[in-house]
Design a binder for this molecule. Structure first.
Ligand SMILES: NC(=O)CC[C@H](N)C(=O)O
Length: 378
């Protein structure tokens, strides 16, 4: 065999290899491009016409977290895709036809306005489809209560929207994610869950998005509603509801985010003895539109802070008084007089939740009385 005959087949082979590689690359690129145009979430399972259809919108969190040790608490949130999570709960396929979509894949400490808006818009879009009966949102637990409230105030559907997370990673001994996910799917698939606003399903309990708070950093019993308790329970694959909030939510709210792509800047200022009042000015100078004070007791402010707050309100910044105390209301014109300060009382909303409502309120108005009424209505 001379050099030419060896060289030619090698050349032809490498050309074929290059072409072969470029074809799938192109196809993947095309698929990515057209993916946005496909409205329905994806599934690999067989459709059962007798079961309700539940869409899972995944955002990450511990429920999708992977660790290097099954006994340790160190892990990275948001590592495991939704399809793999579902493999841990094969029972769920007997309850609903499940389709999944990965909206984000982050620990919820990284949650932001952009993902909130994307989630709410996607739910509103899918809720219009007659073949979608309910939603499950998988989410990290750190900021779950904020996303829950945002959705509770912005999704426009009576169909169940159930948020779920986990306190132990998917690779830990006795992971709580699979049970919580199963319970959430059961809840989203149940017609009895309609019209209850967004609910959070954790550790057998169902909480209203309005009232739920993370109360423990590591325990599986990490979610409570300190002012009202759970509104329902899931046990043995069955949902039981016990109460219904009279506060407005979902289809009953005035908030329409369909054309919103940015939320107003609202910041939280923590109250404590000897707080530096310059912090108020720092926020105002940074261009904040609203400040939530995590006040002491019934939303009280350090005297020097009161003075700076009055000045900030005069400049057009909207200030809400909430409390750093875990339970109870922050009431109007109590020890701190809102009429004098020009402030708004948060009622039962904790500072991080008051921030969500103030962001939405500021899309509509800066009027103190109008926003105060919103805090009493939602
Ligand atoms: N238990 C959790 O979900 C906490 C993990 C992570 N920090 C998150 O919020 O996503």
């Amino acid at each position: 065999m001379n050099r030419v005959t060896v060289f030619r087949p090698a050349l032809i082979l490498s050309i074929v290899a290059i072409l072969w590689q470029s074809v799938p690359l192109q196809t993947i690129a095309q698929r990515k491009k057209t993916r946005k145009d496909i409205p329905a979430p994806q599934t690999t399972r067989k459709h059962n016409p007798n079961l309700p259809n539940v869409v899972i919108l995944a955002t990450g969190g511990t429920i999708a977290g992977a660790g290097t040790s099954s006994v340790g608490t160190a892990y990275t949130a948001g590592q495991i895709p939704i399809e793999s999570l579902l493999q841990a709960v094969p029972e769920a396929t007997k309850v609903a036809n499940i389709t999944g979509e990965q909206v984000a894949q982050v620990g919820s400490q990284a949650m932001n306005d952009e993902v909130w808006l994307k989630l709410a818009k996607r739910i509103n879009e899918l809720a219009k489809k007659s073949d979608v009966d309910g939603f499950v949102i998988t989410h990290g637990t750190d900021t779950q209560e904020e996303t829950a409230l945002f959705l509770n105030l912005t999704v426009k559907t009576d169909k169940p929207v159930v948020m779920v997370g986990a306190m132990r990673s998917a690779t830990a001994i006795s992971a709580d994610g699979p049970k919580n996910l199963y319970d959430a799917i059961v809840t989203a698939a149940s017609p009895s869950s309609k019209g209850r606003g967004v609910v959070v399903c954790m550790n057998d309990n169902l909480f209203s998005a309005r009232d739920v708070v993370k109360v423990n950093t590591t325990n599986v019993d990490a979610f409570h509603a300190p002012n009202s308790g759970p509104i329902g329970f899931v046990l043995d694959g069955k949902v039981a509801w016990y109460s219904l909030s009279l506060r407005k939510h979902t289809t009953q709210t005035e908030f329409d985010i369909s054309n919103v792509d940015k939320l107003p800047k609202v910041d939280i200022l923590y109250g404590y003895s000897n707080v530096d009042p310059n912090l108020v000015d720092a926020l105002v100078n940074d261009g904040t539109k609203g400040i939530v004070i995590a006040g002491v007791g019934n939303g009280n402010l350090y005297p020097a802070v009161e003075e700076r707050v009055k000045a900030a309100v005069k400049k057009g910044v909207v200030v809400v008084r909430s409390s750093r105390v875990m339970s109870g209301r922050t009431t109007m014109d109590a020890e701190t007089d809102d009429k004098v300060l020009g402030t708004i009382a948060s009622d039962e909303f904790n500072p991080q939740k008051a921030r969500v409502l103030l962001q939405l309120a500021l899309l509509k108005t800066t009027d103190q009385d109008t926003i105060q009424q919103m805090f009493l209505r939602y």
